[in-house]
Design a protein around this ligand. Structure first.
Ligand SMILES: Nc1nc2c(c(=O)[nH]1)N[C@H]1C(S)=C(S)[C@@H](COP(=O)(O)OP(=O)(O)OC[C@H]3O[C@@H](n4cnc5c(=O)[nH]c(N)nc54)[C@H](O)[C@@H]3O)O[C@H]1N2
Ligand SMILES: Nc1nc2c(c(=O)[nH]1)N[C@H]1C(S)=C(S)[C@@H](COP(=O)(O)OP(=O)(O)OC[C@H]3O[C@@H](n4cnc5c(=O)[nH]c(N)nc54)[C@H](O)[C@@H]3O)O[C@H]1N2
Ligand code: SF4
Ligand SMILES: [Mo]
Length: 745
């Protein structure tokens, strides 16, 4: 008789960190359901969590390393895979220099504690400046604006969702995405809660999205014009003398400059470009100021566009001027239990700020941000001859050939590489070009703690997840893969893994311990001794927890958090609602919020020039769907069954002008490419705007994902233009791409 047991953990597929209960019969997963006892998600899950079972069982998911040969991919041993990977990358480095090896980190690496701790070790070991990630196709503008304003890239204010009485959402669709840069499981219920307490939810979006339909009101906005709209809100707040910074007042600098800047953006000046009338802008500004706690929140539609950094800054300007920054019910900072570089005395604040643009990319001269170059220029760096040209690539949990702009050109670039290694679980659009693919264990086979996303949680929580299913004997853990490659690239292949791990631990301990502050007396040797029973990511996590905001300080606060506490509380530990954090959370040099960072102010000229620029007849934007997760979950039948979802959404007026009806094929063309997609005619989208979801286009040669291939769709990033970007950050401008439409045969 097989016994049934449950493992409680989080789902790592998106940012919501929902608690799940994995019910096991013997070694097989019987079912997956929401964990009712999780204090944060309280039983909520979306359809993707259940498909973790299908992912676990997917016959196309790689379980052993594979090597590309003339006969196709063949399984090899782990020893051989490591040896060949290190040899190939080292050879490129010897022949062409360190920068000839490029690296790209994809989205799932942000959801993995293993990758959060050991990914940077591997990147350092590569000794390359050619580092790229999905960040520059996502939230980079928000990191830049937050870095400049608050002193650290992930010090991002989040709506105090459970207490706010007024939520303004721009360019986000949390009812479908389940929230982003806002960790909030069961976000639908939380948004419903705002309405139930008599509050208002306002959605500003070129599409009447699922979230817009559940809101108090929705306004269409022209793609790319959010910064203008937000600065006009600020204009009204200033012009009508409604500025009241509340508790933030003594912690800001640059207010006078802001007052001068926003004077230029009267609602009447921007209203036509935004497509929102001036009276509405004025009313919304007044409502934001009058509410007992209001929060303005922007997401993909405000970052992945030409004015992403300015818009991201303007979101927090609205929050600040309306008195809602760091206010209960406003936009607040989380206080995570485990966090790097934030373990100072609470209350003191201050730090070194961020240093951006320390170097420029080789071909286009684009500035480095947080140690990376923009993925929009990856193809240039591979294709353009010269010193420092990328000849080999390492991808970790990334599928840039579906997710990065101008995918057609990037495909030619990947085809031309001398050597490529992928750490990935599928042979997909990108990894089919790899010489070697090294698969990590499945998500359910790994332990985890969300080191990144609790930094943006709408409530302070801590939860450690044990593996739910067991790794096969031959399968190394994810951190072991990353660290084995790292030590190989450092010429230390013969050093035992445990010794290399001790070295990594000592380095982290040296950077986090003894930097003054609350735990003055703790020494590196003490923590090494205390944690000698642990290894890998769990040891690093335990250190951060114990010296963190709620930590036990290695016995100095006996009631404080340790990893052992979390192990004893598998549903998670609730650490309470958000609390005001100024100035302790600030890492700017003077411990002030910089309301007018020079880099951002300078970019306003470009924004003002656009106010009068000619407009294309049609522009393209993206959209997400509840049963997709970027590009990689379309091989799971429960998620793709039903009618095709990769459709071109267009307004009835645009459809009539073209003479097409729903289901007819439309050819969409941009400067860089064209695709044919079936029309879906609906007045939920603005006239002149069309929308295609990203992550589709699975009909390429060599792909070994049978289900996905049968539901191929088209790759929208064959249209997105690598020349269109947010210039301040280098982030891709996926939304607002100029396109032309024609009937396809
Ligand atoms: N047009 C357009 N393009 C976009 C966007 C858009 O809105 N519009 N959105 C952008 C955004 S926000 C993002 S985040 C990017 C995403 O861009 P990417 O991160 O490049 O793409 P993903 O689709 O997330 O691909 C994840 C890859 O990791 C693999 N994988 C899955 N799980 C694991 C794991 O546990 N370990 C490892 N090692 N590999 C794993 C998958 O097989 C896949 O190859 O796309 C961006 N691209
Ligand atoms: N189901 C599902 N969930 C996901 C993902 C997924 O692929 N599927 N991906 C995950 C990832 S990686 C991320 S980053 C998050 C993203 O999370 P969200 O940003 O909430 O997701 P999107 O659905 O892309 O929402 C973007 C919205 O911006 C609107 N928009 C487009 N252009 C503009 C503009 O110029 N201005 C304004 N105001 N709005 C605009 C679009 O119409 C859309 O409604 O979702 C995460 N969650
Ligand atoms: S919303 Fe869905 S995909 Fe995201 S963490 Fe929750 S269950 Fe997983
Ligand atoms: Mo993303």
């Amino acid at each position: 008789m097989t016994t049934t047991r449950s493992v409680f953990r989080i789902c790592t597929l998106c940012e919501a960190t929902c608690g799940i209960e994995v019910v096991l019969e013997g070694d097989t997963i019987a079912t997956i359901r929401g964990d009712e006892a999780d204090p944060f998600s309280r039983g909520y899950i979306c359809p993707k969590a259940y498909s973790l079972k299908a992912l676990e069982e997917d016959p196309d998911r790689l379980r052993r390393p594979v090597r590309r040969t003339s006969r196709g991919f063949e399984e090899i041993s782990w020893e051989q895979a490591f040896e060949l990977a290190i040899e190939g990358l080292s050879r490129t480095r010897e022949e062409h220099g360190g920068d000839a090896v490029g690296a790209y980190l994809g989205n799932p690496s942000a959801h993995s504690m293993h990758s959060a701790f050991y990914g940077p070790v591997l990147l350092r070991a590569l000794r390359t400046r050619q580092i790229y990630s999905a960040s520059s196709a996502d939230q980079l503008p928000k990191m830049v604006s937050s870095g400049l304003m608050f002193g650290a890239g992930l010090t991002i204010p989040v709506p105090d969702l459970d207490r706010t009485r007024y939520l303004m959402i721009l360019g986000g669709n949390p009812l479908v995405s389940n929230g982003s840069l806002m960790t909030a499981p069961g976000v639908k219920r939380r948004i419903r809660g705002i309405l139930d307490r008599g509050g208002r939810v306002v959605v500003i979006d070129p599409r009447r999205s699922e979230t817009a339909k559940a809101a108090s009101e929705h306004h269409f906005i022209r793609p790319g014009s959010d910064a203008l709209f937000l600065l006009a809100l600020c204009h009204v707040i200033v012009a009508e003398d409604r500025i009241d910074l509340g508790g933030a007042a003594e912690h800001v600098r640059g207010l006078e400059e802001v007052v001068e800047i926003v004077a230029r953006f009267a609602p009447e000046r921007v209203s036509e470009r935004c497509g929102v009338d001036a009276a509405t802008i004025r009313r919304l500004a007044r409502e934001l100021c009058a509410a007992e706690g209001a929060a303005c929140y922007g997401r993909i539609g405000t970052t992945c566009q030409e004015f992403g950094t300015v818009a991201s800054w303007a979101v927090d300007l609205v929050n600040t001027l309306s008195g809602n920054l760091d206010r209960e019910g406003g936009a607040m900072f989380a206080r995570p239990a485990a966090s790097r570089g934030m373990n100072r005395e609470p209350g003191s604040g201050g730090g070194r700020g961020v240093r951006l643009a320390r170097r420029r990319s080789r071909v286009r001269g684009l500035p480095e941000m947080f140690g990376e170059f923009p993925v929009s220029t990856l193809a240039d760096e591979i294709l353009e001859p010269g010193d420092g040209r990328i000849r080999a690539m390492l991808t970790v949990a990334g599928n840039p050939l579906l997710s990065a702009p101008n995918a057609g050109r990037l495909e030619r670039a990947f085809e031309s590489l001398d050597f490529m290694v992928a750490i990935d679980i599928y042979i997909n659009e990108t990894t089919r070009f790899a010489d070697l693919i090294l698969p990590p264990p499945s998500p359910l086979q790994r332990d985890t703690y969300d080191v990144a996303l609790y930094q943006m949680a709408v409530r302070n929580v801590a939860k450690y997840s044990r593996p739910a299913t067991e790794r096969p004997d031959h399968q190394p853990d994810e951190w072991e893969i990353l660290l084995t490659l790292a030590k190989g690239m450092m010429g230390m292949a013969d050093v035992p893994l445990a010794d290399a791990d001790d070295f990594v631990f000592r380095q982290l301990a040296e950077s986090e311990v003894g930097s003054g502050g609350r735990w003055e007396g703790i020494s590196v040797d003490e923590v090494i001794g205390e944690l000698k029973e642990r290894q890998g990511p769990a040891r690093l996590l335990d250190l951060l927890l114990r010296i963190g905001a709620y930590g036990d300080g290695f016995g100095r606060e006996p009631e404080g958090l340790t990893l052992a506490t979390l192990e004893a509380n598998p549903h998670g530990v609730d650490l309470g609602p958000l609390r005001p954090q100024l100035p302790g959370v600030l890492r700017t040099a003077d411990a002030k919020v910089d309301l007018a960072p020079a880099v951002i102010v300078a970019d306003l000229l470009r924004l003002e020039a656009w106010l009068d620029a000619p407009l294309p007849s049609h522009v393209l934007i993206g959209r997400r769907q509840i049963r997709s997760n970027n590009s990689w979950m379309h091989n799971l039948h429960p998620l793709v069954k039903g009618r095709p979802r990769c459709t071109l959404l267009l307004h009835p007026e645009d459809a009539a002008a073209l003479g097409v009806a729903s289901g007819d094929a439309v050819r969409v063309s941009s400067r860089v490419g064209s695709v044919d997609a079936p029309a879906e005619v609906s007045d939920e989208i603005m006239p002149g705007v069309v929308s295609l979801p990203h992550g589709w286009g699975h009909d390429v040669p060599g792909l070994q994902m049978r289900v996905a291939r049968a539901h191929a769709g088209v790759n929208v990033n064959r249209l997105s233009d690598d020349a269109v970007m947010d210039e301040a950050s280098g982030n891709a401008g996926f939304n607002g791409i100029a396109v032309s439409l024609a009937r396809a045969r």
